[in-house]
Design a protein around this ligand. Structure first.
Ligand SMILES: Nc1ncnc2c1ncn2[C@@H]1O[C@H](COP(=O)(O)OP(=O)(O)OP(=O)(O)O)[C@@H](O)[C@H]1O
Length: 274
C-alpha cells in the first residue's frame, strides 16, 4: 500500500504543482491518476520513487516513509515506464531490459536470461533482443519499456502516459496487454493518463485531478459514472455531453442499445443469465 498524507510540492521557481494531497493507493490493484495537462500527475508519480521530493507531507510505502529510504535503492526497486519508452539508444533491447538488475548486482548471465523471459511476458519475439531501439516500431519500444520496468521484479510499477505516443490501434492492444499483465503479475500499478477512457478501462481506482493535484473524485469507474461528485467530474468523464448516455431503441429484431450519437453500442442481455 502506498499512502500520501498532506503532500505538497512547490518547485524552486515557485510553481505549486501539488497542494495538500492525501490518498491511499491499495496494493495489487491499478490506481489511475487522470487529469488535464499540468494538474500534477507526473509530479505525484515521481514523488513515490523520489525522483521528486515533496516540500511537505509524508509518502509511505507499506508504512515506511520514503524519505527515510536511500533514494537510489528505492528507485531501483520500483518499476518505471515513461511515455517515450526512455530506452537507451546505444544499447540493444536485451541490455536495455537488463540494466537495472545489473545495477542491483545480478550476474550478467542471469540478467540476460531474465530479459529474454520478459520479452515473452510482454508479447515480443526473442529475435528482437539484439536489435537497437531505433530498429523497433513505437509499440514494440513501449513493450520493451514495460519489460524494463518489470526487470527487477518490483512490487510497484509506475507508468507515466506509457501509451500516449502510439497510434490508437496499438494503444488499444497495449491497454489489453496491461490488463493481462496485471492479472498475471499482481503488481501495485500507478498509472498516469489524461485519457478518461483509458483510466476507466485500466483502473480499479480512478483519481480525477484538477489543477494543483486537487482531487475532484476518487472511486471505481462504476462509482464515478453512477454518481459524479461535481459538474466538473460529469463534464470531464463525458456525462454532460451525452457521450456515455446509452438508450434503448426498438428494432425489427428486438431492442438494441445506442449511444448519444445514435450509433449501435450493444444489445441488452439479462444480467442474471450465464
Ligand atoms: N521541475 C519543475 N520546475 C518547475 N515547475 C515544474 C517542474 N515540473 C513540473 N512543473 C510544473 O508543475 C505543474 C504540474 O506538472 P506535472 O508535470 O506534474 O503535470 P501533469 O499533470 O503530469 O501534466 P502533463 O499531463 O502535461 O504531463 C505544471 O504547472 C508544471 O509546469
Amino acid at each position: 500500500m502506498i499512502e500520501f498524507r498532506s503532500v505538497s510540492k512547490v518547485f524552486a521557481d515557485g510553481t505549486a504543482a501539488v497542494a495538500d494531497f492525501s490518498l491511499v493507493i491499495p496494493a495489487r490493484k491499478t490506481t489511475v491518476l487522470v487529469g488535464s495537462s499540468g494538474s500534477g500527475k507526473t509530479t505525484l508519480l515521481r514523488m513515490i520513487n523520489r525522483m521528486v521530493d515533496p516540500s511537505s507531507g509524508v509518502i509511505e510505502i507499506d508504512g515506511e516513509d520514503v524519505q527515510k529510504r536511500d533514494a537510489v535503492k528505492l528507485r531501483r526497486s520500483i518499476g518505471y515506464v515513461m511515455q517515450n519508452s526512455g530506452l537507451l539508444p546505444h544499447l540493444k533491447v536485451i541490455d536495455n531490459i537488463a540494466t537495472v538488475p545489473l545495477l542491483n548486482g545480478v550476474s550478467r548471465k542471469q540478467a540476460r536470461a531474465r530479459a529474454l523471459d520478459l520479452l515473452d511476458t510482454v508479447g515480443l519475439q526473442r529475435t528482437l533482443a539484439d536489435r537497437y531501439p531505433s530498429q523497433l516500431s513505437g509499440g514494440q519500444q513501449q513493450r520493451v519499456g514495460v519489460a524494463r520496468g518489470l526487470a527487477a521484479d518490483p512490487n510497484i510499477l509506475l507508468m507515466d502516459e506509457p501509451f500516449g505516443a502510439v497510434d490508437p490501434i496499438v494503444r488499444a492492444e497495449l491497454q489489453q496487454e496491461t490488463i493481462r499483465l496485471q492479472r498475471d503479475l499482481d503488481k501495485t500499478v500507478v498509472f498516469v493518463t489524461h485519457d478518461i477512457d483509458e483510466a476507466f478501462l485500466l483502473g480499479d481506482q480512478v483519481v480525477i485531478l484538477e489543477r494543483g493535484a486537487s482531487i475532484a473524485q476518487v472511486g471505481s469507474p462504476t462509482e464515478i459514472i453512477e454518481n459524479p461528485a461535481s459538474e466538473f467530474v460529469a463534464d470531464f468523464v463525458g456525462l454532460e455531453h451525452g457521450k456515455r448516455a446509452l438508450s434503448i431503441r426498438q428494432t425489427a429484431h428486438g431492442p438494441i442499445l445506442v449511444d448519444g450519437a445514435g450509433r449501435a453500442a450493444g444489445v441488452l442481455v439479462d444480467g442474471g443469465a450465464p
